[in-house]
Design a protein around this ligand. Structure first.
Ligand SMILES: [Zn+2]
Length: 900
C-alpha cells in the first residue's frame, strides 16, 4: 500500500487544462447514445441544449461566463444521471459587428470596402474569421464547457447557409416575405437598417420648439405646435388634434401651410392625441416617426421622406436640400423666426435613439426593405406556450412574451451590409421580374433573360439565429442527429433577448419543422456591477472573467456566478465576491486531502457488521437530506440555492463537525477507524458528485485521487464500481428518509448546541484556547446520550475529561459556577481559577481606558460650538454614541470590581 501524495495546495493552473484535455480525449462530451453509431437506442430520451451562439468578434464577458456555466451545470447534471446529453456549440457571424472590425482594419491601411470591392472584402473577412473567430470558443473551453466540439457549427457554414436559403424560399413561396417601403431604424453612420436591439436610448438635454401652423386662407389664424426636431417639419403631412378638443375643433377638416415649403396639409382628428401634452396639437411626420407612421396609415396620409441615406436633406426639403439634418434644424428655425412663425423655445430632456455600434443618432426612416409577415407565425408560437408545450422560467416572462406576440410588427430582415447571408433574390433588368431560388439561377424565371442581378443586401443576423436549434442538427435534411436530438430540451439565455431570439426560434421552429424547437426556456438575469449598472463595453465597469480565472481559478468564478444567480433576476458581481468561492474551493481541497492521505493507515475490518457512531449516522442522514433537497431545487431550476446548501453542508457540517469527530474516531483504531474512514469516503464521494456541475475541475481532480486511494486501501469495495471519471459517474439519487434519520439528527444537534454554548461562554469569559476546564452536565432523559458522546463533547469543547461529570440531577450551583441551559440540558462551568485574574484585569483596564477616552472626547465635542453648527441629526448621533460609551464604562467598572 502506498500513500497517495496530494499537493499541499490546489494548483488550478496546472490542473484545469490537463483535466479538460483528458475529458475531451476520452470522448466524454459526446452523447452516450449516438444515432450515427451502432448500438443506438432510439427509445432513450436525450437532453439537448443548443448554445446561444456567441459572436465571432466576441470575447468572454461575465454575461457569457454565466450562461456557459449554467448550461454546463445542466448538461453535467443530466450526463451524470445517465441521460444521453448533447450540447451543440457554435458561433454567430455577427453581421454588423464583424463588418465594422474589417472596415476598421481597412481604414488603417487607408482603404474602404467600396475601394476593394465585395469579393475581396469577403475574402478578407473570412481570413479574419479563421484567425480570430476561435478566440471566444477557446475561452468557452477554458470555462470547462462540456460541449460536443465535434458538432460545432457556424451560422455561415455550408449547412447553415443552406438552411437559411431553404427558410427564405419557403417563406417567400408562402407569401410571408415581401419587399416594400416601411419605416425602419436607419443608421446613417453604418448606412444600414438596424434592429431595435441595436438602438440604445440616452437622456440628453435638448429643446422643445413652439411655432405657428398658419391656416390656409387666413391672415392671422394659426394652430400652435411643438416639436423637438424642427427639420422634420419638411416631412409633415398633417396636423392632428383630439376630436373633442374645444380649442381646435373648429379647424378639423381645414388646411394648414407647412412653414417655408408652403405645402398645404389637412387638419385631422385622432383620439390618440394627448390634449394635455405640449399645445395639444400634433404635427404628423409619417416618414420619420413610428407613432406618426401608425397615424399616417390609419388616415391614409402621404408619406414623405426628407432625408437621404447620409441623413442629409433630400430633394423633398426644398431650399434645405443637401444640408446635414442638424445644420438644417438650425437653419429652418432661423428662417421661421424671420418669417414670424416662432412662438418660443423651452429646455427639454430628450430620449435620443443612438446606434449601439456607432453612437450616432438613429433616424426613423421610410426605406425599401425585405420584411417577414409575422402575424400568422405568431399565432402557433403563442399557442405553444399557452398550452404548456413550452415552459418559460421564470413564469412572469410568459406575460411579456404573450404581449409581444399579440402586438407583433413585421420583421425587417434586410441589411445593407456585405457580411452575411446574401438575400436569394434576383431582379431581371429586362422584364423587371423577381426570381427567388434555392440554387443560384442563371436566367430570369419569367422571361429567361440572363440579364439578372442579385439583391445586394444580406439578411439580419437574427434570421439565421432563429433557425439555430434545428439548422445545427442538419435541417432541412432529415439527418440521424435531427431525427433523434430534435426537438431540443432546454433553451437557456438572458431575458433581454426573449423577443429577438427566443420567440423567433419558436415561430420558425413551428413553421419549418412542425414542432416546438425546445420544451423549456430558462431566462437568466443580466449581470450588473456592484453599483447595479449593466455591464457592457460602453461602461467602464467591465470585470474581465479571464482575469478572475487567471487569479483565482475557473471553479471559483463558476461557483460565484452559479450561486449568485436566480432565474430572471439580475446579479451583482465584483472581484471581491469571488474570494469566498476561492476559499471554498481550497477548503474542499484541504478536507479531501486529509481524508485521502489517511486511507492507507486503515487496517481491514474484523467484523462485517458495522457499528456506526452517532456522528456517523448523523452525517449520513444529513447528506441524504441534502441529496433530496438538491434534487428538488434542481427540478425547479434553483441552482443558486442548491449550490448554497451544498456549500453550507460541506463547510459547516462535514468539515467543521464530522471531520473533527472523525479525527477522534480514527485515533481509536481497529473497526472504529475502518468504519469512520468508510463514512468519510462515502460522504466525500457524494459531495464531489453534487459539486461537480458547479466546480468541475477540482472535483474531478480530487475524485481521481480518492478513487485511487480507496482502491489501493482496505476500503476498495467502496470504489469498485465507480466510473473512470467523475464526469460520467452516477448522480446521487435521492431516497426516502428512513425512520432512524430524524432521531440521529436531533440527538447530534443537541450535542452540537451543547458544545457551541460552552465554546461561546469560554470566549466570553476569555478562557485561553486549549485550556481544559471542568464541567458538570445534567441531561435528564438524554443522560445516556451524553455518556456516549462524552469524548466528543470534552474534546470539542475542551473540557477536562477527569473533571467532566454527567449526572441526572445537578448539585446546587457553586458560587463561581456559570450556568448554561439548552432545552433539557443544563451545564455548570466552575470558572474559578480558570481566568488569569491579572491578565483579565489588564484586559478590562485597557478597555476601560479606551471607553473613557472616547466618552471624554465626545463630551468635549458636544459642549463646543460644534453642537450649534452641525446638523441636528449628526449631533444626535454623537450624543447617542456618548451614552453608549458611558454604559460601557459602567459595565467594565462592575466587572473589574467583581475580580477583587
Ligand atoms: Zn425577366
Amino acid at each position: 500500500m502506498t500513500t497517495i501524495e496530494l499537493p499541499k495546495a490546489y494548483d488550478f493552473k496546472s490542473t484545469e487544462g490537463r483535466i479538460y484535455q483528458w475529458w475531451e480525449e476520452h470522448g466524454y462530451f459526446q452523447p452516450v447514445n449516438d444515432p450515427n453509431k451502432t448500438g443506438f437506442d432510439a427509445n432513450r430520451k436525450p437532453y439537448v441544449i443548443s448554445i446561444p451562439p456567441p459572436n465571432i468578434t466576441g470575447e468572454l464577458h461575465l454575461g457569457s461566463a454565466l450562461f456557459v456555466s449554467l448550461e454546463d451545470l445542466m448538461i453535467r447534471y443530466h450526463r451524470m444521471k445517465g441521460v444521453p446529453t448533447l450540447w451543440v456549440p457554435g458561433s454567430d457571424h455577427a453581421g454588423i459587428a464583424t463588418q465594422l472590425q474589417i472596415e476598421k482594419g481597412l481604414r488603417r491601411e487607408g482603404l474602404s470596402r467600396e475601394q476593394i470591392g465585395r469579393e475581396e472584402f469577403l475574402k478578407r473577412t473570412w481570413a479574419w474569421k479563421e484567425k480570430y473567430g476561435g478566440i471566444i470558443t477557446d475561452q468557452i473551453r477554458r470555462l470547462g464547457a462540456s460541449c460536443d466540439w465535434k458538432r460545432e457549427r457556424f451560422t455561415l457554414d455550408t449547412g447553415l447557409s443552406r438552411a437559411v436559403r431553404e427558410a427564405f424560399v419557403r417563406l417567400y413561396e408562402k407569401g410571408l416575405i415581401y419587399r416594400g417601403p416601411r419605416l425602419i431604424n436607419w443608421s446613417p453612420g453604418l448606412k444600414t437598417a438596424v434592429s431595435d436591439l441595436e438602438v440604445e436610448y440616452s437622456e440628453e438635454p435638448g429643446k422643445l420648439y413652439y411655432f405657428k401652423y398658419m391656416l390656409e386662407g387666413s391672415e392671422n389664424e394659426y394652430i400652435p405646435v411643438a416639436t423637438t426636431r424642427p427639420e422634420t417639419i419638411l416631412g409633415d403631412t398633417a396636423i392632428a388634434v383630439h376630436p373633442e378638443d374645444e380649442r381646435y375643433q373648429k379647424y378639423i377638416g381645414r388646411k394648414v401651410i407647412v412653414p417655408m415649403l408652403r405645402r398645404v396639409i389637412p387638419v385631422i382628428a385622432d383620439a390618440y392625441v394627448d390634449r394635455e401634452f405640449g399645445t395639444g396639437a400634433l404635427k404628423i411626420t409619417p416618414g420619420h416617426d413610428p407613432n406618426d407612421y401608425q397615424i399616417g396609415q390609419t388616415h391614409g396620409l402621404e408619406f414623405i421622406s426628407v432625408l437621404d441615406t447620409n441623413a442629409h436633406i433630400n430633394e423633398n426639403g426644398g431650399p434645405y436640400q443637401g444640408q446635414d439634418r442638424f445644420e438644417c434644424r438650425k437653419n429652418i428655425w432661423d428662417d421661421m423666426r424671420t418669417a414670424g412663425l416662432v412662438i418660443k423655445e423651452e429646455d427639454y430632456m430628450l430620449n435620443v435613439p443612438r446606434s449601439q455600434r456607432g453612437g450616432e443618432v438613429i433616424e426613423p426612416m421610410i426605406s425599401t426593405q425585405w420584411f417577414v409577415r409575422m402575424e400568422s407565425l405568431a399565432k402557433p408560437a403563442l399557442e405553444a406556450v399557452q398550452s404548456g408545450r413550452i415552459r418559460i422560467v421564470p413564469e412572469h416572462f410568459t406575460k411579456v412574451y404573450y404581449n409581444w406576440l399579440e402586438n407583433i410588427q413585421d420583421w425587417c430582415i434586410s441589411r445593407q451590409l456585405w457580411w452575411g447571408h446574401r438575400i436569394p433574390v434576383w431582379y431581371c433588368n429586362v422584364c423587371k421580374g423577381v426570381t427567388v431560388a434555392r440554387t443560384d439561377p442563371t436566367i430570369c424565371s419569367h422571361c429567361g433573360s440572363t440579364n439578372i442581378e442579385q439583391d445586394p443586401d444580406v439578411l439580419d443576423t437574427w434570421f439565421s439565429s432563429a433557425l439555430w436549434p434545428f439548422s445545427t442538427l442538419g435541417w432541412p435534411e432529415k439527418t440521424p442527429d435531427y431525427e433523434y436530438f430534435y426537438p431540443t430540451t432546454m433553451l437557456e439565455t438572458g431575458y433581454d433577448i426573449l423577443f429577438f431570439w427566443v420567440a423567433r426560434m419558436i415561430m420558425f421552429g413551428l413553421e419549418f419543422t412542425g414542432d416546438i424547437p425546445f420544451s423549456q426556456v430558462y431566462l437568466h438575469g443580466i449581470i450588473r456591477d456592484e453599483c447595479r449598472r449593466k455591464m457592457g463595453r460602453t461602461n467602464d465597469n467591465v470585470i474581465d472573467p479571464l482575469f478572475i480565472m487567471d487569479k483565482m481559478g475557473t471553479d471559483a468564478l463558476r461557483f460565484s456566478l452559479l450561486v449568485g444567480s436566480t432565474p430572471g433576476k439580475d446579479t451583482n458581481v465584483s472581484t471581491k465576491q469571488v474570494e469566498p468561492s476561492r476559499n471554498f474551493v481550497n477548503k474542499v481541497w484541504n478536507a479531501s486531502r486529509f481524508i485521502i492521505t489517511n486511507l492507507d493507515k486503515i487496517g481491514p475490518p474484523t467484523k462485517s457488521n458495522p457499528e456506526w457512531t452517532l456522528a456517523d449516522s448523523w452525517i449520513w442522514a444529513r447528506i441524504q437530506d441534502l441529496v433530496r433537497n438538491v434534487e428538488r431545487l434542481f427540478q425547479t431550476y434553483q441552482y443558486g440555492e442548491a449550490g448554497r446548501q451544498i456549500y453550507d453542508f460541506f463547510w459547516s457540517e462535514f468539515a467543521d463537525w464530522y471531520i473533527e469527530v472523525a479525527k477522534l474516531q480514527l485515533l481509536e483504531g481497529g473497526d472504529r477507524a475502518y468504519y469512520t474512514a468508510s463514512t468519510l469516503v462515502r460522504v466525500l464521494d457524494l459531495c464531489l458528485r453534487l459539486l461537480h456541475p458547479y466546480i468541475p475541475f477540482i472535483t474531478e481532480e480530487i475524485w481521481g485521487y480518492l478513487r485511487k486511494a480507496a482502491l489501493d486501501s482496505h476500503l476498495s469495495d467502496l470504489a469498485d464500481n465507480w466510473a473512470a471519471g467523475l464526469i460520467i459517474a452516477s448522480w446521487p439519487e435521492p431516497r426516502q428518509a428512513e425512520g432512524w434519520e430524524n432521531r440521529c439528527i436531533m440527538d447530534f444537534s443537541l450535542v452540537q448546541e451543547t458544545i457551541r454554548a460552552i465554546r461561546n461562554l469560554r470566549s466570553e469569559k476569555n478562557v485561553k484556547p486549549g485550556k481544559r476546564i471542568p464541567a458538570i452536565l445534567s441531561a435528564g432523559e438524554k443522560t445516556e446520550l451524553f455518556h456516549q458522546q462524552k469524548n466528543i463533547v470534552s474534546a470539542l469543547a475542551q473540557l477536562d475529561p477527569k473533571k467532566f461529570d454527567i449526572t441526572t440531577d445537578l448539585p446546587p450551583k457553586g458560587e463561581n459556577h456559570v450556568a448554561i441551559a439548552i432545552g433539557s440540558v443544563e451545564i455548570y462551568l466552575p470558572l474559578e481559577g480558570l481566568v488569569d485574574i491579572s491578565e483579565e484585569r489588564d484586559r478590562l483596564n485597557k478597555a476601560l481606558d479606551e471607553a473613557e477616552g472616547q466618552a471624554n472626547r465626545l463630551e468635549k465635542l458636544l459642549s463646543s460650538s460644534f453642537a450649534q453648527r452641525a446638523p441636528a441629526e449628526i449631533v444626535h448621533k454623537e450624543k447617542e454614541k456618548l451614552i453608549s460609551y458611558r454604559e460601557t464604562v459602567e459595565k467594565l467598572k462592575k466587572q473589574l470590581d467583581a475580580l477583587d
